[in-house]
Design a binder for this molecule. Structure first.
Ligand code: 7MF
Ligand code: ZN
Length: 883
């Protein structure tokens, strides 16, 4: 599978392409096992490339070449060279356009990597990003080659009644032998990674959207026939996204037709192919009884994300794959803002920061750390990371914070004006922001080139005589692979000051005229002081409001002060953050006592009192209150320790949960009773909030281990009419010694066996259980008839969930969890290298654990690298993890 020495690609080696492609005409004769592809490419020398002759090198992999023609003349084998990765035509016209025509054969059924053209439940579909188009035909498969495509599909009418490709349908007809054809034409130039086709027995939900300028767009969601009853929410989400991009960015859709196809086998969440998005079924299908509230919200977010790519990704694309964050960071920023507007701003920000801290910060602190714009890669598929996506979005958010909403909008308007139809760089994006606002973002650009999470040390000194506060802020950033020294970053620090009665104090910098209730400070130096004046009393500092920069903040605070902020900070992010810090400090203290064998202390009254106040106080954002009442996750607590002790963290957190359950028992019971009334089919923020809060209460109550609560839980499981409630109850049962656990699991399976997405939940729930027999259960589930290594959702539900969301058992001290993962990766790599490489990431965090676990984790990495047939995907992640 792998070359002895896989090749590294470097950003510094970027050269414009020698040739450009103006037009692509593709003809597919589709079949499950033998698809015939004819391609006519209209090429010419790139005027921006060095003069003189250059060989034409077309990328192609796993293709069976039948013929090559140059301007209609068949080339002899002496006129081209063929390798496993390319077709090279040594002599082509330098002074005029020419046509290269190839005929190739491919076998979609044998394609288990799910990249290129493949088969999913009898449906043919494609995935081309980043470099999958070269598995369909020979091509200049790089994003800076943008062309106009026409695609003609022919296939058996019975097995493939629906034939779809990018753009608009321009013709169709019947053929002999029960076959038919459809021709599609996409008027917009696009890179090859946005190509898509789909063929199958599909049904569609159809609707329309009228744009602000009065154009009517046809909207279609294609699914397998039995899923047609689960498309309404996706359709509504699409219309919401279209309206939002018009309202907030003034951007309309640009074709007459927008299609989404849901497929059951998909390596990632979804794909923004021009006019023909292809989605993982997980992010389309929803019915109240099959999908949770989280699913509903994620579907709207992902539909938004792919829709927003039409402007940020498709109309303006990436020059090369090092610029991936140009489209992904920006589009994640846009989908986050969309979800914030549609749901709860506070909850969305907290969810995003949790994700950043538990997924991106560890990446930035480990051997796989890389800048938002990486410098090199072996396999680009390995760089669709939390750093490129989530940190990339934070970088865009900081520009938004520095420029303000209006300045940001001016910048992005200029970006669209300047670069529409082009393939550009992150630098071009920042330049547009600078030019539209007459600001200098030279230093800010370091966010794109330096890896690692900056740490801030903040000290506050109040001078009563001068009525001033001096904030001293120091920033540092640890070395990362290949980057020993870091230069200081330019970042926004949003600051508020709070008086002892909880009211806001005016924030005024010395030498500035205006005071405001909060202010964005600009940090640029390694060490910098800010002097705030006109302060009648010593304020409580609320800094990094709304998490204004993706950093780790160190600011000495008493538990008293944290409790004060938990009840008084007007910034909803910082208010939640204070509660989390309060809880973290208390839990981590307990961890230390467990480690040293000391007797446990009672849980600090300030945490109990703080929680009691949140339970008893009103507040209409119930989802936000549910988050305030959720202790920091075990993975976040691990993030705060120098050496992660999974057992002690679990034990300490559980003890605190149990105490909170006991101390606030009446409050949890009354919360549960107040909000436990069935509201089938309601997915507004208020109903979602009621369910979230009720289920948090149930989670605490079950810690009491009492028969009445067991019965309550079982009743919720049996009577639930919505998946959120059914799954919450089942989860609580699976994570306890509930007497009806086994029966509930099997009845759930029987009830939902025809719904693969629900069965995924059934697998994931068992894989993430904290109960002691979990690894044995997971091993047994591998042999369950419904487990399938060829289905990525199923693999993620069992193997992914166990290794990424069950630290307690994955990190078992005997290394059995690591061996389990190593075994699965080696087998899976032969089927689907991209998925295998993604599953490897937990092992890359070996440096966070004790000596024994380090050794056992590294042992598995070494064993994987030593496996003869390993793919370059897995090879890159495994070798870099050990470096
Ligand atoms: C929301 O980015 C946020 C991120 C690439 C595939 C979808 O549109 C995408 C594709 C990966 C990882 C995350 C996401 C996507 C991909 C994603 C989806 C929804 N261009 Br890999
Ligand atoms: Zn994306």
């Amino acid at each position: 599978m792998r070359d002895a020495n896989p090749k590294t690609t470097y950003l510094k080696d970027y050269r414009p392409p020698d040739y450009l492609i103006d037009a692509v005409d593709l003809h597919f004769s589709l079949d499950e096992e033998e698809t015939h592809v004819q391609a006519w490419l209209t090429l010419r020398k790139n005027p921006d490339a060095p003069k003189g002759p250059a060989p034409l090198e077309l990328a192609g992999e796993e293709l069976l070449l039948e013929s090559v023609r140059l301007d209609g003349r068949v080339l002899t084998p002496a006129e081209y060279q063929l390798s496993a990765e390319a077709l090279v035509v040594s002599s082509v016209p330098a002074d005029r356009a020419f046509i290269v025509e190839t005929e190739t054969r491919i076998n979609p059924k044998a394609n288990t990597a799910l990249e290129g053209l493949y088969l999913s439940n009898g449906m043919l579909c494609t995935q081309c990003e980043a470099e999958g188009f070269r598995k369909i035909t020979y091509f200049l498969d790089r994003p800076d080659v943008m062309a106009r495509y026409t695609t003609t599909l022919s296939a058996d009418k019975t097995r493939f009644p629906v034939l779809l490709a990018n753009g608009n349908k321009v013709g169709e007809g019947v053929l002999d032998g029960n076959r038919h054809w459809v021709k599609w034409s996409d008027p917009y130039k696009k890179p090859s990674y946005l190509f898509a086709l789909v063929a199958g027995r599909l049904e569609c939900l159809a609707d329309t959207f009228t744009t602000a300028s009065g154009r009517t767009i046809d909207l279609r969601i294609y699914v397998e026939p039995h899923d047609l009853d689960k498309c309404d929410h996706a359709m509504q989400s699409l219309k919401n996204a279209m309206a939002w991009d018009e309202a907030v960015y003034g951007r309309q859709y640009d074709l007459d037709l927008y299609m989404i196809v849901a497929v059951g086998h998909f390596n990632m969440g979804a794909m923004e192919n021009k006019g023909l998005n292809i989605f993982n079924t997980k992010y389309v299908l929803a019915r109240p009884d099959t999908a949770t509230d989280t699913d509903y919200q994620q579907i709207e977010g992902v539909i938004g994300h792919e829709y927003f790519h039409n402007w940020t990704g498709n109309r303006i694309t990436c020059r090369d794959w090092f610029q991936l964050s140009l489209k992904e960071g920006l589009t994640v920023f846009r989908d986050q803002a969309f979800t914030a507007d549609r749901t709860s701003r506070a909850v969305k920000r907290i969810t995003d920061v949790n994700m950043l801290r538990t997924r991106q910060f560890p990446e930035d602190a480990g051997p796989l750390a890389h800048p938002v714009r990486p410098d090199s890669y072996i396999e680009i598929n390995n760089f669709y990371t939390a750093t490129v996506y989530e940190k990339g979005a934070e970088v865009v958010r900081m520009i938004h914070t520095l420029l303000g909403p209006a300045g940001f909008r001016k910048g992005i308007d200029l970006y669209f004006d300047r670069h529409d139809g082009q393939a550009v760089t992150t630098d071009d994006f920042v330049k547009a922001m600078e030019d539209a606002n007459q600001v200098d973002l030279t230093q800010f650009r370091r966010w794109y080139s330096q890896a690692g999470t900056p740490e801030l040390q903040v000290e506050a000194a109040y001078d009563p005589a001068a009525r001033s506060l001096t904030l001293t802020v120091q920033q540092t950033c640890s070395p990362t692979p290949g980057q020993a020294e870091k230069k200081p970053y330019h970042m926004p620090l949003t600051l508020g000051l709070i008086a002892s009665d909880g009211s806001a104090l005016p924030v005024r910098l010395q030498g500035e005229a205006d005071a405001a209730s909060q202010k964005v400070l600009q940090l640029t130096e390694g060490k910098q002081q800010f002097r705030l004046v006109d302060l009648p009393e010593k304020p409580v500092v609320s800094i990094l409001r709304d998490f204004s920069a993706p950093v780790k903040l160190n600011l000495q605070r008493s538990l008293e002060e944290l409790a004060f902020l938990l009840s008084h900070d007007s910034d909803s992010f910082n208010r939640w953050e204070a509660g989390q810090q309060l809880a973290s400090r208390i839990i981590l203290r307990r961890v230390e006592r467990i480690q040293s064998g000391a007797a446990p202390e009672p849980v600090d009254e300030r945490l109990i009192g703080g929680f009691r106040a949140v339970v008893e106080q009103g507040g209409k954002d119930l989802s936000y209150r549910a988050l305030l009442l959720t202790l920091p996750s075990e993975s976040y607590l691990g993030e705060l320790m120098a050496v992660i002790d999974v057992d002690a963290i679990h034990q300490a957190r559980q003890q605190v949960r149990k105490t909170l359950a006991e101390m606030l028992r009446e409050a949890w019971e009354s919360l549960y009773q107040r909000y436990h009334h069935s509201e089938p089919g309601r997915f507004d923020a208020a109903a979602i909030g009621r369910r979230a809060l009720k289920n948090v209460a149930l989670g605490y109550l079950i810690e009491l281990a009492q028969p009445v609560i067991d019965a309550l839980c079982e009743r919720q499981f049996r009577e639930a009419r919505m998946m959120t409630d059914q799954l919450a109850a089942l989860s609580v049962m699976v994570n306890s010694r509930h007497p009806a656990k086994a029966e509930a699991l099997s009845s759930f399976y029987r009830q939902w066996q025809a719904q693969p997405l629900v069965i995924d939940k059934w697998f994931a729930l068992q894989a993430t259980s904290r109960m002691p027999d979990t690894r044995a259960v997971v091993e047994r589930l591998l042999d369950h008839p419904a487990f399938d290594l060829r289905n990525p959702n199923r693999v993620r539900a069992l193997v992914g969930a166990f290794s990424q969301a069950n630290a307690l058992h994955f990190h078992a001290a005997d290394g059995a969890g690591y061996r389990f993962l190593g075994d699965r990766i080696i087998v899976l790599d032969r089927i689907n290298p991209q998925l295998a490489a993604r599953l490897l990431s937990p092992l890359s965090h070996w440096h966070c654990y004790d000596e024994n676990r380090r050794r056992l984790m590294k042992q598995q990495l070494e064993r994987i690298i030593g496996t003869e047939t390993i793919s370059k995907d897995v090879y890159e992640v495994a070798t870099k993890s050990l470096a």
